[in-house]
Design a protein around this ligand. Structure first.
Ligand code: ARG
Length: 466
C-alpha cells in the first residue's frame, strides 16, 4: 500500500493550519508507539484533574461525571485490548482525548481546561516512574532475600578473597554474598530517595506559566498521592531530573549486578571451578559438546552497558534545552522504559541464578592452600606477640613467604626451624594462625568475615532489609 505523503490537519491543534503534516513529519513526531505505556497514569491524572474541575465549579457535576465515566470506559477498552491506537493522533494524551470525544461528544473538550499536554505528560511520567520505583524495590528485596538465604548455608565456607584478582586473604562465601546484600540495600535506598524528590505534582502548571482558572493544585496532588504540587510552573513542565535520577540509580544497580555476574562467570570456569550454574541458566555450545556457557550472567553484565547508555542519552537530550518545554523531551521516555525493563529482567535473572547456584566448597577451600593467603596473619602475629611495628612485621613476613616460595611449599608446611632461620623470636604458637580457618575466625572486627560475624550479620540483614 502506498503511504500518503500528507495526512489531514489535526482536529486537536490544527485550527491555525491550512495544510496537514507530511508523512515523514508524522513519523518523526509521533510517540504513541511507546507512550501508550503511560495510559493508566494518563487516565488517572485526567480523572484527578476532572474531579478538581468539578470541585472548584469549572465543570458541572453532570458534565464532570460523564467525563469520568468516559475515562473509565477508555481504561477498560485499553486493558481489554479493544482500544485502537491511532498514529494520526501523535501521543497517548490525544488518543485518549479523541476517544473520549467519540464516546461522549463535545464535552470531552472541557477536560483540557486549565491543563496542557506539557504538565500532563510530566505528571504521567512521574507517576509511571513512581510505580516502577516500587516494583524495582520489590524485586530487589527478593534478590536480597535469596542472597541472605544462600549466605546462611555458607557461613563456614572458606574461599580465597581477592584484590587485584590476586589471592589476598581468606574469606567466607557467606560474607561475600552479604556484600551484595549491602549494595542492593543502597540501591533500594537510592530508589526511596529518588521517590521523595520525584513526588511533587506538575499538573496545573499549564503549558508553562500556570493558569488563570481558580484551580486547586493541592487537591489534584493529594488525589494522585503526591506530597505537594510542584512550586514553580516552569520547572514543573521543563525538568526531567527525576527521570535522570532514576536512570542514574538504575545504572548504578546494573553495575552492581554486572560485577556479581562477572565473579560468577569467572568462578564457573574450569580453572576456578568454585560454582556451578544450573541448566536453567546456562546454554550449551553448538559445536563443543562439553560446554556449559554462563549466558544469562554474561547478558546481565552486557545489559548494564545498554542502561548506562540510556542515562547518557537522556543527559545529552536535556543538556542544551532552554526553558520551558521543548519537543526534545519526548525523547525522555524510551531510554527510561528500556532501562526499567532491562533492570527488572536482570534482577529476576540474577535471583534465579543465585537460587540455583551450587557451590563447590571443597574447591574453594582447596584453592586457599596456594598463594600464601595467610601471610597477613603471620605479620599480625608479629605485631601481637613480638610487639613490633606492622611495617617491620610485613618485611619479615615477606622473607618467610620468599622462603616458602623457594621451597615450593605453602606457609603451613614450613617448620619451626625454617621460620626461626628468618627470625629467631618466632615460637611454635605461630602455627595457630596459619590455617585458613583460624584466619577467617580471627576476623572478628565489626563488618569482618569471621563465621561469628557472618551469623550476626545475616540476622541484622534480615531485620534491615526483609
Ligand atoms: N508527546 C509529548 C511528549 O511526550 C507530549 C507533550 C506535547 N507538548 C507539546 N507542547 N507539543 O513530550
Amino acid at each position: 500500500m502506498k503511504i500518503p505523503d500528507q495526512i489531514g490537519v489535526s482536529t486537536i491543534w490544527g485550527g491555525r493550519f491550512s495544510e496537514g503534516s507530511s508523512a515523514v513529519m508524522q513519523q518523526i513526531n509521533i510517540s504513541i508507539d511507546f507512550d501508550k505505556r503511560l495510559y493508566a497514569q494518563d487516565i488517572l491524572g485526567s480523572k484527578a484533574h476532572c474531579n478538581m474541575l468539578i470541585k472548584v465549579g469549572i465543570l458541572s457535576n453532570t458534565d464532570g461525571n460523564v467525563i469520568l465515566q468516559g475515562l473509565d470506559q477508555i481504561l477498560h477498552e485499553i486493558e481489554s485490548g479493544k482500544f485502537i491506537f491511532n498514529n494520526n493522533l501523535e501521543d497517548i494524551h490525544m488518543n485518549v482525548e479523541s476517544r473520549l470525544t467519540e464516546l461522549i461528544g463535545e464535552i470531552a473538550g472541557c477536560l483540557h481546561t486549565a491543563r496542557s499536554r506539557n504538565d500532563q505528560v510530566a505528571t504521567d511520567f512521574r507517576l509511571w516512574i513512581r510505580d516502577s520505583i516500587d516494583e524495582i524495590g520489590n524485586v530487589l528485596q527478593k534478590l536480597q532475600k535469596t542472597l541472605i538465604d544462600k549466605a546462611e548455608y555458607h557461613i563456614n565456607t572458606v574461599m580465597p578473597g581477592f584484590t587485584h584478582l590476586q589471592m589476598a586473604q581468606p574469606i567466607t562465601f557467606g560474607h561475600y554474598l552479604l556484600a551484595y546484600v549491602e549494595m542492593l540495600g543502597r540501591d533500594r535506598s537510592r530508589l526511596r530517595d529518588a521517590r521523595i524528590r520525584l513526588n511533587e505534582c506538575p499538573l496545573g502548571a499549564g503549558a508553562l506559566a500556570g493558569t488563570s482558572f481558580p484551580i486547586d493544585r493541592y487537591m489534584v496532588a493529594t488525589e494522585l498521592a503526591f506530597d505537594r504540587p510542584c512550586a514553580n510552573s516552569l520547572d514543573a513542565v521543563s525538568d526531567r531530573d527525576f527521570a535522570l535520577e532514576f536512570l542514574s540509580l538504575i545504572a548504578i544497580c546494573s553495575v552492581h549486578l554486572s560485577r556479581l555476574a562477572e565473579d560468577l562467570i569467572l568462578w564457573t570456569t574450569t580453572q576456578f571451578n568454585f560454582v556451578v550454574m544450573s541448566d536453567r541458566f546456562t546454554t550449551g555450545s553448538s559445536i563443543m559438546p562439553q560446554k556449559r556457557n554462563p549466558d544469562a550472567a554474561e547478558l546481565i553484565r552486557a545489559k548494564s552497558g545498554r542502561v548506562i547508555g540510556n542515562l547518557n542519552t537522556l543527559l545529552i537530550v536535556m543538556k542544551g534545552l532552554p526553558l520551558a518545554y521543548s519537543k526534545d523531551m519526548q525523547e525522555d521516555k524510551e531510554p527510561v522504559f528500556e532501562a526499567t525493563d532491562t533492570l527488572m529482567l536482570s534482577i529476576k535473572t540474577m535471583t534465579g541464578i543465585i537460587e540455583d547456584l551450587s557451590i563447590n566448597t571443597n574447591n574453594m577451600k582447596e584453592s586457599t592452600t596456594t598463594g600464601f593467603i595467610t601471610a597477613t596473619d603471620i605479620a599480625d602475629w608479629f605485631v601481637r606477640e613480638i610487639k613490633i611495628p606492622f611495617r617491620q612485621a610485613h618485611n619479615i613476613t615477606g622473607k618467610i613467604v620468599r622462603l616458602a616460595e623457594t621451597k615450593k611449599i605453602n606457609l603451613e608446611q614450613l617448620t619451626l626451624i625454617d621460620l626461626q632461620s628468618i627470625d629467631s623470636r618466632i615460637t611454635d604458637n605461630i602455627f595457630s594462625v596459619l590455617s585458613v580457618e583460624a584466619s577467617v575466625a580471627s576476623r572478628v572486627s565489626f563488618g569482618g568475615t569471621s563465621p561469628l560475624n557472618v551469623t550476626a550479620a545475616i540476622q541484622m540483614a534480615r531485620q534491615r532489609f526483609l
